[in-house]
Write a protein that binds this ligand. Sequence first.
Ligand code: HEM
Length: 261
Amino acid sequence: MTSLHNRYSAELVGDRHQALWAHRAFTRARRALRETLLEEIKAARRAPSPSSILATLLDGSEGQDLSNEELRMHLMTLLVAGHETTSAALSWALLHATSQPHYVNKIREETWHQPVATYPTTPFLQAYCHEVLRHTSPVPNGHTRRTLRELNIAKYTFPSGTELCPCIHNLHHNHRLHQQPDHFRPERFLNAATNTDTYLPFGIGSRRCLGESLAMQELAIAVAITTHHPDLKIEAPETANPEKVSMGPTIRTPDSMILRT
Ligand code: HEM
């Protein structure tokens, strides 16, 4: 009994050490990020670089009134909201490419001789990115909304004050709205405008994603440039298949992609 107790205690203490270590590492990293952002803000107030997001924030009359701390929080929101979402989207884009390499060839052919600035508007690549965001939406749910009055949707009545959460993933996999929704088929977006009744990877309305345009450009450019390497091999670990997703605020591939060149 005593030895069992000792073992459990040791494991508990071990866990505590680990938790403490992780907490300290997190606090250190957060402090470093905080200081870096504050330095950037001070530098931008002295001489803003014309095309930066910080310059845009400072440019508007509201920006002038914001304190350094408020600006830092805005930057943190953009970093947090923009980082994991975009990296999840890119992982999915590459994972789909492993199972359907002919799409990689198509993207390569389409973009090879074109300037980078045109990638986001290249038809097949654009359709490929839309299909990644439809089939494996990195953000499966939009923000919740509260009804301001009684609302009737189909046969349901929602009293005023009801919290509703749009499930983007379900919308994108609805058989009545998409043909064979579980199949990854970029062609469905070729020569077809996207429709917010059926496709909402960035949400909708006044709280729609702020980074939509940036995210679409990043995704298209990153996918195209990755495919340009002549000896590119994308390997996915066996567990990294779209059926075995890792769920959090975003839907992520459960394991890392391996890119070999
Ligand atoms: C593929 C990448 C991304 C996806 C799929 C995505 C998706 C979403 C979704 C679904 C929402 C909720 C919208 C709603 O409920 O109507 C959202 C909100 C938001 N996103 Fe993104 N996002 C992405 C990239 C980014 C980037 C790059 C940034 C910033 C640089 C960003 C900043 C934000 C912000 C600030 C909000 C909150 C908007 C508000 O509440 O007013 N996102 N995003």
